[in-house]
Design a protein around this ligand. Structure first.
Ligand SMILES: Cc1cc2nc3c(=O)[nH]c(=O)nc-3n(C[C@H](O)[C@H](O)[C@H](O)COP(=O)(O)O)c2cc1C
Length: 224
């Protein structure tokens, strides 16, 4: 895999906030999707379609649509992080995301992830909670795509705020009826390289054995 294994790629995909202006050519996109398309999906129904936007006017329109959603999020989040020393890293991430939003049209690619509605095998519509199973036929493909890009040095950020403007995005890109938008992947060569260490929940907080809450034990270093 071009000198990088899958585990290293997974551990060093952060939400990349600044990009070089260097283009990501179609052949790089093609090669990444050539691997990403092997993602699983319910009933193997192949619901995912990608619209790769590099046209400046279209990116500007996407940026314009994104901004009100971002501003609302930012204002709420900023209120929570302002003047709080212990949240310095959260605040730094927020300001980087703000910069990312303000330059959205400058990032090389905005990939609009679409899915064919009747090809999603949705098994959780009857519960008294939001349905999520449809996404399980979409997002493994998206993560595969991010990993495939990462392996060849292309950085990404997954965003979902713009899904709020789905009707306008569909009109802009002529996405037909019967398709939804699931998220957007901004992609480009990173201006500041890839992260070495990401902040995530520990395995013990995430994995339980037999009963929820019964944390898995870390392997004994001596027996590893
Ligand atoms: C489903 C999903 C939706 C997201 N939506 C947005 C978004 O709309 N705007 C944004 O700036 N970042 C968005 N992000 C990026 C997250 O903020 C980022 O993955 C998270 O803060 C971890 O950042 P790190 O990888 O740099 O540690 C989204 C990520 C995911 C997985």
């Amino acid at each position: 895999m071009n000198g990088m294994d899958a585990l290293e790629a997974m551990r060093t995909i952060g939400a990349n906030r600044s990009y070089l202006t260097k283009d990501v050519p179609d052949e790089v996109v093609y090669d990444a999707v050539e691997s990403a398309r092997f993602a699983p999906q319910g009933g193997n129904r192949q619901p995912v379609r990608l619209v790769v936007v590099r046209d400046r006017a279209k990116k500007e329109r996407l940026a314009e649509l994104y901004m009100p959603w971002w501003k609302a999020y930012f204002d709420a989040a900023e209120g929570g992080t302002r003047n709080l020393g212990e949240y310095a890293s959260a605040r730094k991430a927020l300001m980087a995301a703000n910069d990312f939003a303000e330059h959205l049209a400058d990032h090389p690619l905005i990939i609009v992830v679409c899915a064919k509605l009747d090809a999603l095998h949705i098994t959780d519509l009857e519960h008294d909670r939001p349905s999520v199973v449809g996404g399980a036929s979409i997002y493994p493909f998206v993560q595969n795509l991010c990993i495939a890009f990462r392996v060849v040095g292309v950085a990404t950020t997954i965003t979902s705020l713009l899904v709020g403007s789905e009707p306008e995005v569909k009109e802009l890109l002529e996405i037909p009826d019967g398709y939804l938008t699931a998220c957007h992947v901004v992609a480009g060569y990173p201006a500041k390289g890839f992260p070495k260490k990401l902040t995530r929940a520990a395995v013990e907080e995430t994995v339980f054995i037999d009963t929820f809450g019964n944390s898995i034990a870390a392997p004994d270093a001596a027996t590893e």
